[in-house]
Design a protein around this ligand. Structure first.
Ligand code: C2E
Ligand code: MG
Ligand code: MG
Length: 405
């Protein structure tokens, strides 16, 4: 109960294997014990930051989840992950053994502020989970359960959306501020939900990141954008480059360079036509790993840009080591650049910094002519925003380019 003293939240999860008695009866206690030990080992490997995994009863495990982990994943997704892990078969005594698990969850301090109360409340929730058929989780406080349920449903829907082709890419043009020429396109994902219509990425990218679905989703985006580039090239439309957003999770996962290589090869694309947008926050979280991944990507010849620049805290020394090609000034600084001196100063400083480091500088979220004039007068290189066009489906991009070049 360390957290009691720091004013933090903490979650207590009680896990109880479904039908464990049958397993014990049919396989014998020692194999039952081995099964439990193996499952505890898997949980520990998959959830390394979870505080305690202890066996307290014949068939029970307890997980204690600390505040940092709660912030990162959310207790509902973590519990769901535990269920998925336990549902994987275990090979024991020459057979594959399948088990289910019921989970009861109590939160400190909302559901109790001492260990005994928390345990008894987690136990009550566990019994409800079992009563409802097992292999599921229940929160002690029902309203938390409803929120968790809605989120899990969205996650399940999103998983299906990827498999069933409900994702779409829209493209937003970028132009040179000096010449007005088309400089590139940014691919932005949308979810065409069968009932809810077009859903914007802000509503599902965070869930995709938390659940790990961002990896298959990111692969889909990368491949779809590369296929589109190939189709456009075949039709004689050759935007200098197309940018794809890449999540921090994809970068820390270590497979990105291989996925990029494959997508480029399969579509016979020169690497410099592809740009990857990464955010500053990723750059701050795991520097050495970030450097390694970025170096691999640079080796491949793809272009790299830093998205939403100015909202994170990159050190200048670090920025120089990164050797990206472009900075994208976050749209929050652009909104009132012509009337807010503080934001104007930030925009000017980013342009100067970028140019000093030999990088291209793009301003995002340009909606009005006066913003474009300001940027042009301050030597910003490129702009993107509703002033040029909203993100458009691929057919509309072709029409747009035919129309306005
Ligand atoms: P972002 O990469 O910074 O993309 C720019 C966002 O600003 C887009 O929102 C775009 O529609 C919006 N925008 C463009 N011009 C203007 C303007 O003039 N005014 C205003 N107010 N907004 C403008 P969108 O499409 O909703 O995407 C939101 C964010 O979702 C993106 O921000 C990006 O971080 C993320 N995202 C989108 N597609 C993907 C993807 O395929 N993978 C990943 N990991 N993230 C993605
Ligand atoms: Mg972007
Ligand atoms: Mg941005």
């Amino acid at each position: 109960m360390q957290a009691a003293h720091n004013g933090h939240q903490l979650a207590l999860l009680l896990l109880d294997l479904d039908r464990f008695k049958n397993i014990n009866d049919s396989l014998g206690h020692s194999l039952g014990d081995q099964l439990l030990a193996e499952l505890a080992k898997r949980l520990r490997a998959a959830l390394p930051n979870v505080e305690t995994i202890a066996r307290i009863g014949g068939d029970e495990l307890t997980l204690m989840i600390e505040p940092e982990e709660l912030d990162r994943l959310g207790v509902d997704l973590l519990a769901q992950r535990a269920i998925e892990i336990i549902n994987q078969p275990v090979a024991l005594a020459g057979q594959e053994i399948y088990t289910g698990v019921s989970i009861g969850i109590a939160l400190y301090p909302d559901d109790g502020d001492d260990a005994e109360t928390l345990l008894s409340h987690a136990d009550a929730a566990l019994h409800r989970a079992k009563d409802q058929g097992g292999n599921q989780m229940r929160f002690f406080a029902p309203e938390l359960g409803q929120r968790a349920h809605a989120r899990l449903r969205l996650e399940a829907d999103l998983r299906r959306a990827i498999e069933h082709g409900q994702l779409r890419l829209h493209y937003q043009p970028q132009r040179s501020l000096q010449t007005g020429a088309l400089a590139g396109l940014e691919a932005l994902v949308r979810w065409e939900h069968p009932e809810q219509g077009l859903i914007s990425p802000g509503a599902f990218i965070p869930i995709a990141e938390e659940s790990g679905l961002i990896v298959p989703l990111g692969d889909w985006v990368l491949n779809a954008a590369c296929r589109q580039m190939r189709d456009w090239l075949a039709q004689g439309f050759a935007p200098p480059r197309t940018a794809v957003n890449v999540s921090a999770v994809q970068l820390s996962q270590g497979r990105l360079a291989a996925a990029v290589t494959k997508a480029l090869e399969e579509n016979a694309l020169p690497p410099e036509r592809l740009e990857l947008e990464i955010t500053e926050s990723f750059l701050m979280s795991d520097q050495e790993r970030a450097m390694k991944t970025l170096a691999e990507l640079r080796e491949l010849g793809v272009r790299l840009s830093i998205d939403d620049f100015g909202t994170g805290y990159s050190s200048l020394a670090y920025l120089q080591r990164l050797r990206v090609h472009k900075l994208k000034i976050d749209l929050s600084f652009l909104r009132d650049v012509t009337s807010n001196e503080a934001n104007a100063a930030i925009v000017n400083a980013i342009i100067a910094l970028g140019h000093t480091l030999g990088l291209e500088v793009l301003a995002e979220g340009v909606e009005r002519e006066e913003q474009a004039d300001y940027l042009r007068a301050h030597q910003c290189d490129l702009m993107q925003g509703y002033l040029i066009a909203r993100p458009l489906p691929p057919e509309a991009i072709l029409a747009f380019v035919k129309d306005r070049g």
